[in-house]
Design a protein around this ligand. Structure first.
Ligand code: SAH
Length: 251
C-alpha cells in the first residue's frame, strides 16, 4: 500500500467540532503524530500507533511523519483547531522543502479544522463579523519588535484582532505590553473578550472594556478577541451579553 500523509485539525476541543473527514482520516490511520495533549484526544485502537512529542520539536516531528509516510504508512499529523493556523501544516511543508526529493511524491492532504478564534467568536456572538486579523503573541518564532509593529498597525487600521498564545508562564510580559499598547491607541471602552477552553467543559467567556482588562485574564488556553472601534455589546437580563461587530462601516 502506498503511504500517505494527512495533516488534520482536531478543532478547539469538542468532539462535535471534529469534522467528518478528519474523523475518517483518523479511522484509517496507521500512525498518529503530534503534540502530547492533541494525540491524547485520539482514542487507542488496534492497528494504530500513536507518537506523541513535546511542543518545540515541530520540524523533528514533521521529518518523522514524512519518513513514516515514505515507508508506506497512513500517517495523520494532528493539530488543535486548524492545522494551518499557527500549527503543524507549515512545519511539515518546511520539512518537505528541505528534505529528500522523493518526499515530494508522497500524497499529502491538509484537512481544515475549526480554529480557536472562530469557535470563540461564535460563542461570544460575532465580534469578527467585519474585517479582522490574527496575531500569534508568542515570540518563540519571531522577534517581539515585529509582533509589536503588527499590533500597532492592526489597531491603527481598526481591525478586530484575535490573539493566539497570549500569555504563558515563560512569557508573562508580552500580553502586559500588549495591553499597554492598546491603552495608548484605543478608548478605555474598547471591548476585549477573553475566551478560554472554548467548546470544552472548562469554557469561560469574559468580555470587559479595555480599562478593566488585566494580564491575568489570559493564559495559554485563552484566545483574546480585541474588538474594533465599532464592536459593541447587547446586554441581556440574566444572560451574557452578545458581542458583535456590525457588517458595515459608514462612508
Ligand atoms: N491551530 C490552533 C492554534 C494553535 S496555537 C487553532 O487553529 O486553534 C495555541 C493557541 O490557540 C492557544 O494558546 C490559544 O490561544 C488558542 N486556543 C486553542 N484552543 C483553544 C480553545 N479551545 N479555546 C481558546 N483558545 C484556544
Amino acid at each position: 500500500m502506498n503511504g500517505a500523509l494527512t495533516i488534520a485539525g482536531l478543532g478547539p476541543g469538542s468532539e462535535a467540532m471534529v469534522t467528518p473527514e478528519v474523523q475518517a482520516a483518523l479511522d484509517a490511520a496507521s500512525d498518529v503524530i503530534g503534540y502530547i495533549p492533541y494525540v491524547a484526544r485520539v482514542p487507542d485502537r488496534a492497528g494504530l500507533t500513536k507518537h506523541a512529542s513535546d511542543n518545540r520539536v515541530e520540524i523533528d516531528r514533521s521529518n518523522h511523519a514524512l519518513t513514516l509516510a515514505a515507508e508506506g504508512k497512513q500517517v495523520v499529523v494532528v493539530s488543535s483547531g486548524d492545522p494551518g493556523v499557527f500549527a503543524m501544516a507549515s512545519a511539515v511543508f518546511e520539512a518537505l522543502e528541505a528534505g529528500p526529493q522523493a518526499w515530494r511524491d508522497i500524497q499529502i492532504t491538509v484537512l481544515p479544522g475549526i480554529t480557536a478564534m472562530l469557535a470563540a467568536a461564535a460563542a461570544a456572538g460575532a465580534p469578527l463579523g467585519h474585517d479582522f486579523c490574527a496575531i500569534n503573541l508568542s515570540d518563540n518564532l519571531k522577534p517581539w519588535a515585529l509582533i509589536e509593529k503588527r499590533l500597532r498597525l492592526a489597531v491603527e487600521a481598526d481591525f478586530a484582532i484575535a490573539l493566539y498564545n497570549p500569555r504563558s508562564k515563560t512569557r508573562p510580559e508580552g500580553f502586559e505590553r500588549t495591553l499597554d499598547l492598546l491603552r495608548q491607541q484605543c478608548a478605555p471602552t474598547r471591548l476585549i473578550t477573553f475566551a478560554r477552553a472554548v467548546s470544552t467543559p472548562d469554557q469561560t467567556l469574559n468580555t470587559v472594556p479595555l480599562r478593566d482588562a488585566t494580564p491575568e485574564m489570559a493564559d495559554m488556553r485563552t484566545v483574546v478577541l480585541i474588538g474594533s472601534s465599532a464592536t459593541r455589546a447587547i446586554p441581556r437580563k440574566g444572560k451574557p451579553p452578545i458581542i458583535y461587530t456590525p457588517r458595515s462601516v459608514p462612508s
